[in-house]
Design a protein around this ligand. Structure first.
Ligand SMILES: [Zn+2]
Length: 346
C-alpha cells in the first residue's frame, strides 16, 4: 500500500499506451459483436492485465450496478447529456471525496486523500473524476485490492464495499457466467415452453387469487399438460430450488441482467440441476405440474400449469413486474443464436 501512488502512476501509463491500440483484439478475432460490448470487454481486460483482477469480476460488478439502477441511470444521462460512461459503476460523492469534505465535487487528489475519500486518478489527468470510467475502475479496484482477488477474499471485499449479501451473491453469480462463456454478450432469452408442445396463456397480472389470503397474482400462468418441459428463459444461476408452500416445487433463477425468474408448480426438476448451477436459455430445468398450495408433495389442487414470475432487484428490495410483454416477445422471436465467444476457455 505504501507504493500505491507509484503503482497507480505506472498503471496509468500502461492504460494510456494501451488505449491507443484498443480495438486490436476485435480485429484479430474477426467477429463483429456490438461495438459497445466489445469496448467494455476491452476495458475490463486492460484492468485485468494491470491489476490482476479477473476481467469477469469487473464485468460482474459493472453488470450488477447496471441492473440495480436501470431507471436511475437513464434519468441521470437525460439530466447530464455530456456524461458519457461506458461502465455503470457509480460511487457516491461522500465515499469518493470523503464524508467530511466540504466540497462534494472535489477532484483534487490531495484534499480527497486528506478527507479520507477513496477517489483515485486512473486516467492520468491528476484529477479524481467520479464520472470517468478509468478513475472509477481504478478506485474500486484499489478498494477491493486490500482484500485480494482470490475467490473468497474477493467476496469479503465485495461485502465490505456493498454491505449487502444479495450484492455479493449476484456479482459472484455473474462472474461465474462470464467466466464460463468468455463473453458479456448474453442477453438472449427463450420462451419457457418448447414450441412443439401445446400451451396457452393470457395476461393475468394483478388479478386476485383464491388461496393464501389477500395477495395479487404476481405472474403469468402458462397452461400445459403434465410433464411438458420447462425451459430456462435466460443465462442465469439457480438461486433457489425446492418446495414453497404456494409455489410447490419451484426454481428461482437470477439471470445475467439481475432479473429473478420464478418457475412454480413443477411436477419435477431436471435431474442433477442444483443451486449455484449455471443455466442457459432453452435448457430444460423441470416439468409442468400442479404442485403447491399445501405441505411438501401436495399436488392436483388446480389444473397443471407453469406459474412464471419476474422480479427486479433495485439494490434494496425486489419488485415483481408483469412478465407478459417479455413472454410475448420471446414467443415470437427467431431461434436463439449461440453466444459469440471471444476466445476459447483455458
Ligand atoms: Zn400463477
Amino acid at each position: 500500500m505504501r507504493n500505491l501512488r507509484l503503482y497507480i502512476m505506472w498503471a496509468v501509463i500502461i492504460l494510456l499506451v494501451w488505449s491507443v491500440d484498443g480495438t486490436s483484439l476485435a480485429k484479430e478475432t474477426g467477429q463483429t459483436p456490438r461495438p459497445e460490448v466489445e469496448e467494455k470487454l476491452q476495458l475490463y481486460k486492460k484492468f485485468e492485465a494491470i491489476y490482476g483482477i479477473p476481467w469477469n469480476y469487473l464485468a460482474a460488478i459493472d453488470q450488477y450496478e447496471r441492473s440495480i439502477k436501470k431507471k436511475k441511470q437513464s434519468q441521470e444521462q437525460q439530466d447530464n447529456p455530456e456524461i458519457k460512461r461506458l461502465t455503470a459503476i457509480t460511487i457516491s460523492p461522500d465515499l469518493w471525496c470523503g464524508f467530511f469534505n466540504p466540497d462534494s465535487l472535489d477532484q483534487e487528489l490531495t484534499s480527497i486523500s486528506f478527507f479520507q475519500g477513496i477517489g483515485k486518478d486512473g486516467s492520468g489527468d491528476e484529477k479524481a473524476d467520479l464520472n470517468n470510467d478509468y478513475d472509477v475502475l481504478t478506485t474500486i479496484i484499489d478498494f477491493l485490492s486490500d482484500y485480494g482477488f482470490q475467490h473468497d477474499d474477493f467476496k469479503i471485499g465485495l461485502w465490505n464495499y456493498y454491505k449487502r449479501d444479495a450484492a455479493v451473491r449476484t456479482i459472484m453469480g455473474f462472474s461465474k457466467i462470464y467466466d464460463k462463456y468468455q463473453t458479456i454478450d448474453l442477453d438472449y432469452h427463450a420462451f419457457p415452453i418448447p414450441k412443439r408442445y401445446s400451451y396457452s396463456y393470457r395476461s393475468t397480472w394483478g388479478s386476485p387469487r383464491g388461496w393464501g389470503g389477500r395477495r395479487i397474482h404476481e405472474g403469468v400462468d402458462i397452461f400445459a399438460g403434465y410433464s411438458t418441459p420447462v425451459l430456462s428463459t435466460g443465462y442465469g444461476i439457480v438461486e433457489v430450488k425446492g418446495w414453497n408452500r404456494y409455489g410447490g416445487w419451484r426454481f428461482g433463477i437470477r439471470d445475467i441482467n439481475g432479473i429473478y425468474h420464478y418457475f412454480a408448480h413443477l411436477s419435477s426438476f431436471s435431474k442433477g440441476l442444483k443451486e449455484g448451477d449455471i443455466v442457459e436459455p432453452g435448457q430444460v430445468i423441470g416439468y409442468v405440474g400442479s404442485s403447491g398450495y399445501g405441505k411438501p408433495g401436495t399436488s392436483g389442487k388446480f389444473p397443471p400449469h407453469l406459474h412464471y414470475g419476474m422480479y427486479r432487484d433495485t439494490g434494496n428490495t425486489e419488485w415483481a413486474f408483469d412478465p407478459y410483454p417479455s413472454l410475448r416477445r420471446w414467443e415470437h422471436q427467431k431461434k436463439q443464436p449461440r453466444p459469440e465467444k471471444n476466445e476459447t476457455k483455458k
